[in-house]
Every structure is written in C-alpha cells, then in structure tokens.
Ligand binder design. Structure first.
Ligand code: ADP
Length: 249
C-alpha cells in the first residue's frame, strides 16, 4: 500500500475515532445533565407522596420540581435547536440589527451576576446595521460572553469588541481565563465536545454553546473561530457579513 493511501486511511481512522469519542461524550453528558434534574423531580415528588407535609412545604417542593422540569425543558430545546439548525429546518427572521446595541445590552445584563469580572466594551461606531436575526445573534453573543465568564473562574477582564472590516462586522470576545490547548480550538465547535483542560473540568456545560453559535453565524453567511493560549485566555471571533439591506441603503 502506497504512502499516500496509508495517509488517507490514517486520516479516516482518526475521523472515526473522533466521531466515536464525541458520541460517548454525548451519552455521558446528556445522561449526566438529565439525571441531575430527574433525580430532583423523583425525590421531591416521593416526599410529597409519602410524607405529611404542610402546605408551605408542599409549595417549596413543588417549586423545586418546577425548577428541575424547566431545566430539562431548556436542555431539550437547546438540543432541538441545534439539530434543526444543522438540518436547515430553521428560518432566520432578518431585520436591520445594531450589533453594538446587542453587545451593550448583554454586557449590562451579565455584569451584575459576574461580580469577579469586568466587561470592557470596545465598540466601533462606524459599524453598519446588520441584516440579521436579532434573537439568534443575541444568542451568539450570550453564549460567547457566558463562556468567557465561565472559563475565567478567577475573574478578570472580558473585552467585547466590534470592528467594521469591509462589508463584514468582526465581533471579538476576549478573556484572560483558562484558555485551551491549540489542538482543541476546532474540536470545541463540535456538538457535545468539551476541552476540560485544567480547571475547565469543574465548569458545568453541555458542549452545545459553541456549535450553536457557529451554526447561527453560518446561517448568516459568516464564520466563527477561536484563538487561545492555554492558561492565558481565549479570543472568540465572529465575522458576519453586513448583508443585503445595508449594502442597498
Ligand atoms: P460548554 O461550555 O457547555 O461545555 P460550549 O460549546 O460553549 O459548551 O464550549 C465547548 C468547550 O469549549 C467548553 O467545554 C470549553 O472546554 C471550551 N471553551 C469554550 N469557551 C471557552 C473560553 N472562553 N475559554 C476556554 N475554553 C472555552
């Protein structure tokens, strides 16, 4: 067998191994993420069934059950969203969007719950309006900014930056957190894949935030990628075309 054929074969084996790994991780993560709320629902409902509880106690347990059920619902929705987007069964609802305004809103919303972190905005005022889906774009920025917080557990500065680049908007989310090894930079965009380097293994997650962000940006005709230095921090980039309406304007 020729060197070339051998190399092709090794590549195919590597791809299969990776697919298999992602699949086992999927089963592990999904069963873990589902099990926690299910255990709660089971336990609280058993107590309500078997014990003589006061009305305030009953209400408290019902509230816990409701919280767990909502968490399951959210998880199922995220999984469905991703599968719909991947199979192209989702339509964008396009309108002129001010990306800077979205970034500002998200920083203002997240800042109060991220007391160890400081959000710094570096927004390009010359940025055109984007022809984009407001909810979906909000989800992209939320996922990336949320990760910047989650994966810098010791706190620090998070820079949200926009820049007009030709007929594209370039969004950067920069943190000084855990970072990740170079060979993980593409892998983490695969569904259910998590880097889990260093302290990242103690951070909760499903491995769906980045694949969803990538799918959304792809649906807008753009692309998403990451730079990182392990132990120093990461930068997530989104390059989004400004789109038809602004070009026409
Ligand atoms: P989740 O955070 O739920 O695991 P994501 O798809 O959002 O899922 O991220 C996938 C993986 O990428 C994470 O598990 C983490 O290992 C890595 N990652 C994402 N964002 C960052 C970041 N800002 N810094 C370091 N690692 C990150």
């Amino acid at each position: 067998i020729s060197a070339e054929a051998f190399e092709e074969q090794s590549k195919a084996v590597a791809v299969l191994e990776r697919v298999n790994k992602v699949k086992s991780e999927f089963v592990a993560i999904v069963s873990h993420e589902f099990r926690t709320p299910l255990t709660g629902i089971q336990g609280f409902s058993e107590m309500m069934r078997d014990e003589d509880l006061t009305v305030p106690e009953l209400k408290e347990y019902a509230t816990d059950i409701n919280k767990d059920a909502r968490r399951l619902n959210r998880l199922v929705n995220v999984m469905l969203d991703l599968s719909r987007m991947e199979s192209g069964r989702i339509a964008l609802s396009l309108e002129p969007i001010d990306l800077n305004a979205i970034v500002r809103d998200i920083a203002a919303t997240m800042q109060p719950t991220a007391s160890k972190h400081t959000f710094t905005l570096r927004l390009d005022d010359t940025l055109s309006l984007l022809q984009a889906d407001r909810d979906k774009l909000t989800q992209v920025v939320t996922n990336l900014a949320g990760n910047a917080v989650k994966y810098s557990p010791d706190g620090g500065e998070i820079v949200l930056m926009t820049r007009a680049e030709g007929n594209h908007a370039h969004l950067m989310v920069i943190d000084n957190g855990l970072g990740m090894p170079k060979d993980m930079l593409e892998y983490v965009f695969e569904p259910y894949s998590r880097a889990e380097n260093g302290k990242a293994r103690f951070v909760n997650g499903t491995g769906l935030g980045l694949p969803i962000a990538r799918q959304i940006v792809k649906l807008h005709g753009g692309r998403v990628w990451a730079d990182s230095v392990e132990g120093k921090g990461s930068t997530f980039h989104c390059l989004i075309p400004v789109g038809a309406s602004s070009r026409a304007a």
